[in-house]
Each structure stands twice: as C-alpha cells, then as structure tokens.
Design a protein around this ligand. Structure first.
Ligand code: 2AM
Ligand code: CA
Length: 255
C-alpha cells in the first residue's frame, strides 16, 4: 500500500510540474476572491489521483479539495490536496506539493507529500517517516530563541476577526527566525525532518494538513490545535518537535 501511495504522489507531482510549464493566464481562476485561486492544474492533478485510486481501490472513499467527498461512510478514505500552495504554483515559486493521506475509520494510516520542484518525497506509514529513502526525525532544539519556525496567513485573512497577525507579533521577538513557504503540507514535513522546529497556522482545511500532520507525528513531532486540543484544523494547527510545544503555545497566547 505504501508503495502505491508513494508512486501516486510522485506521478501526480510530475504531472503538476509539467502542467506548470504549460500554464496559461486563462488556466487561472478565482474561487470567490482574487486572493483564493485555483488553476486547471489543480483540477487535472486531482482527477488523475482520483482515477488511479478508483482503478485500484473502487470501494474506497475520496475527499479532495477540488471535488469534495464521495463514499464518506467507507472504511478507507483518501484525503487529497492536488496542489497545496496554489499561490506559489501560480507565481512559479518552488514551494508547492501534492498531499495524499489514506485514512481508516477517520485515522490516517499512511501518507505522502511530494514537492516536485524540490525533488523531495516525504512519506510515512506505521513504521516511521522518510524523506526520499532516508528516515527522518524532528529536531532536538529546546530553546525558542534557537528555533526556526514557519507560519502562514490565510488568503481569506482580511475577512477574519483573528487573522494571525497578533500571534505572529507575539512569537517573532522570541525566536531565531521565521519562514513562510505557503504550503502547509511542506511546512509540516519540514518540521518532521528537523529543518523547522515548529509551525502554526489558522483557517486550514483537512486536505491541507492530513498527510503532513501524520508524517510529522510518525517523525516524533506533536500536533494539536492552536489551544493545545485535538480540534485541528478547525481550531488552527500547532505542530512542533514536541519539546517546544508548551512554550510556543504560551508565547502564541501571550502568557
Ligand atoms: P492551498 O494552496 O491548497 O489552498 C498557505 O497559507 C496554506 O493555506 C496552504 O496550505 C493553502 O493551501 C492553504 N489555504 C489557502 N487558502 C485556503 C482556504 N480558503 N481554505 C483552506 N486552506 C487554504
Ligand atoms: Ca490546494
């Protein structure tokens, strides 16, 4: 099963890369606001993934960003973000990924995130987490002042009462640095392999984080909602190397 997921993510990543080369202005459209965009490539990559799953696992359900849910009562459900980081994709930045998670009775059991421009495949199953063929673990940094973190700002940020600027301004003075890659799936995988020590963001959806959160947990990390509970991503996501989790949570909340 894990070989199927890895190959699927890699092939979908290659397709995204090829479609990016041929991307035209008319392939780009808005989902309601000009900040929330979708491309023909998002739809084509999702269709490719769903067809491949239907051929191999016809009884499984699918929850994809672009096409929604099918067979939600199925034992196995695939959670798919065909292109996580669509804004980066449109602007031809390298930080976009294909994110695929397989869930059984609502729990992720295997996942892969392929960042095709970076030539990196992150994946995990019950045995652990890997980047390409190397096993990965979270960092061991314990002091916030030596930590490099990542965050993100939702494209619907201007309409939100809590839009992460307050959290950002509380955390920034306490840490070594911050990055904003624009793909939550990549951010979570970068925490998993120790490049980042933590990541938080609000207003994400399940398909943005299902694969990355599992890969991070299998690499020894900790994932909660923004208040330390289990209601993620509805109540935001806070993801760390585990060691800094409580301290970063306090910093975010100004305690
Ligand atoms: P996307 O590119 O698949 O939309 C960047 O801050 C992160 O937010 C990305 O993972 C991006 O995923 C996600 N994101 C952007 N707009 C979103 C929306 N309207 N709902 C949920 N997630 C969104
Ligand atoms: Ca997407």
């Amino acid at each position: 099963m894990i070989e199927f997921i890895k190959n699927l993510a890699m092939e979908a990543g290659r397709l995204a890369l090829n479609l990016r080369r041929d991307l035209q202005e008319e392939d780009i459209s808005s989902k309601g606001t000009v900040k929330d965009m979708v491309t023909a490539a998002d739809r084509q990559v999702e269709a490719f993934i769903i067809n491949r799953i239907a051929e191999n696992y016809p009884s499984h359900g699918v929850f994809g960003e672009e096409t929604g849910q099918s067979r939600t009562d199925a034992e196995y459900v695939w959670v798919i973000d065909p292109i996580d980081g669509t804004t980066s994709f449109i602007h031809d930045l390298q930080f976009y990924s294909v994110s695929i998670a397989l869930r059984q009775h609502g729990r992720t059991i295997a996942a892969a995130v392929c960042a095709p421009r970076l030539e990196e495949l992150f994946w995990a199953d019950a045995e652990g987490a890997w980047l390409n063929d190397k096993e990965i673990k979270v960092s061991v940094r314990s002091r916030l002042e030596e930590c490099l973190l990542a965050t993100g700002f939702a494209c619907v940020r201007s309409e939100l009462p809590i839009n992460n600027i307050k959290y950002f301004s509380r955390v920034l003075p306490a840490i070594r640095g911050i990055r904003r890659c624009g793909s939550a799936a990549i951010d979570l995988c970068y925490v998993a392999c120790g490049r980042f020590d933590g990541f938080w963001e609000l207003n994400l959806a399940l398909y943005d984080i299902a694969a990355g959160a599992f890969i991070l947990e299998m690499a020894g990390g900790c994932v909660t909602d923004i208040d330390g509970g289990r209601d993620f991503p509805a109540n935001g996501i806070l993801a760390t190397n585990k060691i800094i989790h409580a301290e970063l949570s306090q910093q975010i909340h100004g305690k």
